[in-house]
Design a protein around this ligand. Structure first.
Ligand code: GLV
Ligand code: MN
Ligand code: MN
Length: 405
C-alpha cells in the first residue's frame, strides 16, 4: 500500500465534520480505529505485531530480542481539533520507508521496529506522552491510574473499557534496552524549513516545557444583584494572569499560553465560583522558563489577593530540555546529505514529542518535514505530498544507513 493510500485510509478516522479537525483522544473509539489501522498495516506486511504493557503498539521486522534495534514511528492521537499530520505523518512514513527498503532489496543487519506511542498529546487526561513516559518510568503507574478526563473518567477505567489491562502498566526497561536508536519523523511545527527552502531537517533539541493548573476560587453569586464591591470574582485575576503570561513570555523570549479553561458554575448570569486555567509554557532554556512561570505565578497571587480570591497552582507535567544524541544526529545529517554531501538543516523546536521522553534512555533523533505555514495543532496544519514523500525518502535513507548493509 503506497503512502498515498495509507494516508487516504487514515484521513477520515476521528475527523469532526463540523471543524474538519481531528478528535483522536486516547482510549476512545477514534483511537481504537487508529490502532486497528496500525495493526492491519503491521500484519499486512508480515511484521510481528505486539502491544506493550503500556498500550503502545509495535511492528517488528526481524526479532527485537536480538537487540540494538532501530525504531521509528510516532503517535496517532490528536489534540482537540488537531491536524492530520502531527503524529500520523511519522507512523505512515515509517511503514512507507520500510516498504521502500524492501523494494530496494535491503539486507537488514538490525531489527527494525515501527511504534505508535499511546496518548502523546495528553488531550484527554492532561499529561502528554503517557505511553512513552510510563515505558521510560517518567510517570508511575499510580500517578497514571489517577489521571482523570473532563467527564471524571480515570485513565484506569478508560483503559479497562478499551480492553487494556491497567494493572499491567509500568516501566519497561527490557524493551528500551533492546533499542539501539529511535528516529521519530514529524511535521515541522514552525516555518524554519519553509524559510530555508528545505524539505527535510534534523532536530537538535526540544525546549523545556510544562503544564501548570491555576485554580482561582471565589464565590458564586447573582450577576444582577451583587454589587461590584461585594464580589469575589475569580475571572478577574484569571484575566490579569493571562495578560501577565503574555508579558512575562515576551520579556524572556519564551512562550506562555492559557489554551484551556474551566469555569464553575459556568452560568451566564452567575459570578463564577471557580476559574481553572491551564498554562502551557516553554522557553529555550530552563532559567528562562523558571523566570516566566515564577513571574506569572507572582502576578496571579497578587491579583487573586486583590480580589479576595484563593489560588492554587499545581504543576501537572514537566519535560526538561532535551538535547538529541549528537552522534546519531550527525549520522542522520551525513546519511541525508547523500554522496553530494548536501547540507541538511539542523533545528530546535518548542514542541514536545515521545522522542523527547525516550532521549534520556535511548540514542534518539528526529526528522522534520516542511510545513509551509508552520500552523499545527489546528485543522489548517499541512504539508505538501511531495514534501511528505521527501520525508519518506529521508527516513528510508536513514534506516538503510543505520540498519541495513
Ligand atoms: C505536543 O505536541 C506538544 O508540544 O504539546
Ligand atoms: Mn502535537
Ligand atoms: Mn506530535
Amino acid at each position: 500500500m503506497s503512502f498515498h493510500e495509507m494516508w487516504a485510509e487514515l484521513l477520515p478516522v476521528g475527523r469532526s465534520a463540523a471543524s474538519g479537525g481531528y478528535r483522536r483522544f486516547a482510549w476512545t473509539g477514534a483511537d481504537t480505529d487508529c490502532r486497528a489501522w496500525f495493526r492491519q498495516q503491521a500484519e499486512g506486511r508480515g511484521l510481528a505485531y505486539e502491544v506493550d504493557r503500556n498500550g503502545n503498539q509495535w511492528a517488528w521486522q526481524g526479532d527485537p530480542a536480538a537487540g540494538d534495534a532501530v525504531v521509528t514511528g510516532s503517535h496517532l492521537d490528536s489534540v482537540p481539533d488537531g491536524g492530520a499530520f502531527d503524529g500520523p505523518l511519522g507512523v505512515v512514513s515509517a511503514f512507507a520507508a520500510l516498504d521502500a527498503l524492501r523494494e530496494r532489496g535491503a539486507r537488514f543487519t538490525r531489527p527494525v521496529g515501527i511504534v505508535n506511542f499511546g496518548d502523546e498529546e495528553g488531550a484527554r487526561f492532561g499529561l502528554a506522552c503517557v505511553g512513552s513516559r510510563l515505558t521510560a518510568g517518567a510517570v508511575t503507574p499510580e500517578q497514571a491510574h489517577r489521571l482523570t478526563d473532563a467527564d471524571g473518567v480515570t485513565l484506569r477505567r478508560a483503559m479497562e473499557a478499551a480492553g487494556h489491562d491497567p494493572d499491567a502498566i509500568g516501566p519497561d526497561p527490557e524493551r528500551l534496552a533492546r533499542i539501539g536508536a529511535f528516529v521519530e519523523l514529524h511535521v515541522e511545527q514552525g516555518r524554519a524549513l519553509d524559510l530555508s527552502g528545505d524539505r527535510v531537517g534534523v532536530a537538535s533539541a526540544i525546549w523545556p516545557h510544562g503544564r501548570w493548573r491555576f485554580d482561582f476560587r471565589g464565590e458564586a453569586n447573582h450577576a444582577g444583584t451583587t454589587a461590584l464591591a461585594d464580589r469575589r470574582d475569580p475571572m478577574l485575576p484569571y484575566a490579569e494572569t493571562v495578560l501577565a503570561a503574555r508579558r512575562e513570555a515576551r520579556l524572556a523570549g519564551a512562550v506562555a499560553t492559557f489554551g484551556k479553561i474551566g469555569v464553575e458554575p459556568n452560568g451566564v448570569n452567575a459570578v463564577p465560583s471557580l476559574v481553572r486555567g491551564w498554562l502551557d509554557s516553554r522557553a529555550p532554556g530552563q532559567d528562562g522558563l523558571d523566570a516566566v512561570v515564577t513571574g506569572i505565578e507572582k502576578a496571579a497571587r497578587e491579583h487573586a489577593a486583590a480580589h479576595g480570591v484563593d489560588l492554587d497552582v499545581v504543576r501537572e507535567s514537566f519535560t526538561p530540555v532535551v538535547e538529541f544524541d549528537h552522534a546519531l544526529r550527525d549520522e542522520l545529517v551525513r546519511l541525508l546529505g547523500g554522496a553530494a554531501e548536501r547540507s541538511v538543516p539542523v533545528l530546535g523546536t518548542g514542541a514536545g514529542h515521545d522522542a523527547g521522553i525516550l532521549a534520556g534512555r535511548v540514542p534518539t533523533a528526529m526528522l522534520f518535514v516542511r510545513n509551509p505555514t508552520g500552523v499545527s495543532h489546528s485543522p489548517a496544519e499541512h504539508a505538501a505530498e511531495d514534501d511528505c514523500l521527501a520525508g519518506v525518502d529521508a527516513l528510508t535513507d536513514a534506516l538503510e544507513g543505520l540498519a541495513c548493509t
